[in-house]
Design a protein around this ligand. Structure first.
Ligand SMILES: C[S@@+](CC[C@H](N)C(=O)[O-])C[C@H]1O[C@@H](n2cnc3c(N)ncnc32)[C@H](O)[C@@H]1O
Length: 225
């Protein structure tokens, strides 16, 4: 095949593209402060990192696009993702924020308070999916986001999907982290759990699914109406 010399590519590297997407997503001072605390905790205590700004903005878009009034956030962390969700939700919407770590729940509550979120707009629930899911109303939620490690909720996928109304979405965060899901040789438990979640959602004919390669990735599954 003859190659044709052309102008040098003008596109940036994937890294600069990701940096652009993050810089496009302008965070409020409260989000930036919550991010700083969460990153500090991750560095000093080994807790999980918050979502990247571009992922937060994508969550806000999904919440706004679905006119979300009732949202579940599994894995509150330091509240960064929660603040983005609240940004996209209806102003009378309620975010139900779950976490199994009391320190993370306190951090998320602090983030919401410092952002001036009215107390009636958040419902903080302590516990694991197995403990909390039975307390939530089936079909009552517009959007459910999962930020905890996949093994922590892969056994509860049916229950999580059951929470969502038709037209609503399940969003699983982080499946592209480290690129292991694309590496056939990777067989660690978390990667296997990711593959199972992805396969289950894609094979479910009641759902329309996509992987959004933003930050560490979003797996979005929307219930057909
Ligand atoms: C990556 S962090 C979430 C960060 C959040 N998305 C943000 O941007 O601020 C994951 C959270 O999941 C929580 N988690 C992990 N396993 C859990 C489980 N089995 N039940 C409930 N929460 C869990 C952790 O305590 C942690 O706060």
């Amino acid at each position: 095949m003859t190659s044709v010399a052309g102008p040098p590519p003008t596109g940036g590297s994937p890294t600069s593209a990701a940096a652009y997407a993050d810089s496009f997503a302008v965070e409020s001072p409260a989000m930036a402060a919550a991010r700083h605390r969460a990153v500090t905790a991750a560095t000093e205590l080994g807790t999980a990192l918050p979502v990247e700004p571009a992922v937060g903005a994508a969550l806000a878009v999904l919440a706004a696009g679905g006119d979300a009034r009732s949202v579940v956030s599994l894995g509150s962390g330091g509240g960064v993702a929660g603040l983005w969700l609240l940004e996209g939700m209806r102003r009378d919407g309620v975010l139900t924020s779950l976490d199994g770590d009391p320190a993370e729940q306190r951090a998320a509550r602090r983030a919401f308070t410092e952002a001036g979120v009215p107390s009636g707009r958040t419902r903080m629930i302590f516990g694991t999916p197995g403990e909390v899911l039975p307390r939530l109303s089936p079909g009552a939620y517009d959007l459910v986001t999962c930020a905890s490690p996949p093994l922590e909720y892969s056994g509860h996928l049916a229950g999580l999907l059951g929470l969502i109304r038709r037209g609503g979405s399940l969003v699983c965060l982080g499946l592209l982290a480290d690129g292991r899901i694309a590496d056939r040789a990777a067989r660690d438990e978390q990667t296997v759990a990711w593959r199972e979640i992805a396969r289950t959602l894609r094979e479910d004919e009641t759902l329309t699914c996509a992987v959004l390669p933003v930050g560490t990735g979003l797996l979005v599954a929307t219930k057909r109406t």
